[in-house]
Design a protein. Structure first.
Length: 160
């Protein structure tokens, strides 16, 4: 199914994850910063199934997704621990970023900055240190070409 959107389309964030107000970046999601690879839910009042016409999206909601990757760095910012994560080769961001027609460029599509705070569910048994592979679940935002995740849950990762 192909969808179109315009100024009348509402862009929303999933309510599954609380987005902290004190993030050190702007956690916004709209038509100007949507990127290929983000997990979204699309709603429409009418579904077009023929005639070569796109279905108009009335609402596009950013929903949680899981990434698997290797920790390459650890820092802190405004009460958050920030993990630099090198994505697995099969992840959608590095694959889709090089496809023709992408209108939003990412600075490094193979890397995500993951923001963890005291509300994050830490279900991992492996240490979160450089070189270890973990899975992170949360909302991924495009912050001026940098992928940033508000993390809800951390699990042990799967080596490639």
């Amino acid at each position: 199914m192909y969808y179109s959107f315009d100024a009348s389309t509402a862009f929303k964030l999933s309510r599954e994850i609380r987005v902290p107000s004190n993030l050190p970046f702007s956690a916004t999601f709209d038509s100007s910063n949507m990127i290929a690879g983000q997990n979204v839910s699309v709603a429409s009042q009418v579904i077009v199934t023929s005639g070569g016409t796109y279905t108009h999206a009335t609402t596009i909601t950013l929903v949680p997704q899981t990434i698997n990757g290797t920790i390459t760095g650890v820092s802190s910012s405004r009460g958050f621990t920030v993990y630099s994560v090198s994505l697995a080769a099969y992840d959608l961001f590095p694959i889709l970023a090089v496809q023709p027609g992408q209108t939003t460029a990412l600075q490094n599509p193979s890397s995500v900055e993951v923001y963890v705070d005291s509300n994050t569910h830490m279900l991992n048994s492996n240490a979160i240190t450089p070189g270890n592979v973990l899975r992170f679940n949360g909302l991924i935002f495009n912050d001026s070409g940098t992928e940033r995740m508000v993390c809800w849950q951390v699990n042990d990762g799967v080596a490639e």
